[in-house]
Ligand binder design. Sequence first.
Ligand code: NPQ
Ligand code: MG
Length: 357
Amino acid sequence: MPLVAPFRTSFGVETARDVLLVRAATPDGDGWGECVAMSEPLYSPEYADGAAQVIERFLAPRLFAAGDVEPLDVARLLEPVRGHRMAKAALETAVLDAWLRARGESFGSYLGAVRDRVPAGVSVGIMDSIPALLDAVAGYLDQGYLRIKLKIEPGWDVAAVRAVRERFGDDLMLQVDANAAYTLADARVLAALDDFDLLLIEQPLAEDDLRQHASLAQLVRTPICLDESIESAKDAADALALGACRIINVKPGRVGGYLEARRIHDLAQAHGAAVWCGGMLETGIGRAANVALAALPGFTLPGDTSASDRYFAQDVTAPFVLEDGHVAVPTGPGLGVEPIADVLASMTTSTTWLPAP
Ligand code: NPQ
Ligand code: MG
């Protein structure tokens, strides 16, 4: 799926999104899940073709062998396979969607949503110049986005943040995301961001640098938020106990599914830590479930739950739209949205039915 504009982060420039969708065909009806792995292993070790292969060879056979599978069984059945959380999440979501559709219950209702719409933030890529960045941010604010996240990397940080703060004022909810581009030796640059009253600094250091994040947290006033470092509720518990972060970006794909994502929400709530819902340039399928999750009570910061047109001119489902800075939580059974058949067909490059005939 072509992106409406190139999206540059500290790990590269994306101009299109390769999407792996999973459809669970069950006796009670279909369910859908979106695998958020990128086409290349740049954000994390998983990648879309690898996820398709691990599903085909190792994950789906375990579900088929188990016979009558309910959503709460999926993680346990897949647990012997190490890692591959994004692939597992896509399968669990498809099973959960089919199960909820058959019961006539929405994702939001099942997960424990307490809102019918969620405030929307937007993630703004690294630009070629400060004027280009200011134009991009102005455009998103005109559309109504309630919070801006700037992607940063060494050389595109303090000046970019200062320019946005000066142009748009102190009331703008503003945060940054480094996608692991810094080291503890950069603590002085990161501490310089303290002047700009940011909501948080997301994943400044490498994913396996939990201890270093705890050290960094002693050197900067801005709250540290972890994304890539948190792959499970256990990781979240460790990070909070260590003082490595005060806030967690919850991405269901990264942690193995919506049920584990809810556990992180519950844990953070008990710990008094804030969570918010991240984004992986999802189609309407993944976006629907994210918006439902973001409606849980502990999601107290606006998420990267943008409207579909932030990324795609044509979404695979009916588009999610921004209304008064918010995105509506779907109310229909399961995800509440489904792929539009001819749109899906026009975008599909390959289909595999499992088990193979
Ligand atoms: C983040 N997302 O929070 C990610 C990173 C990211 C919205 O900033 C293709 C697929 C391109 C997934 C670029 C946002 C991507 C991607 C960035 C995820 O760290
Ligand atoms: Mg991030």
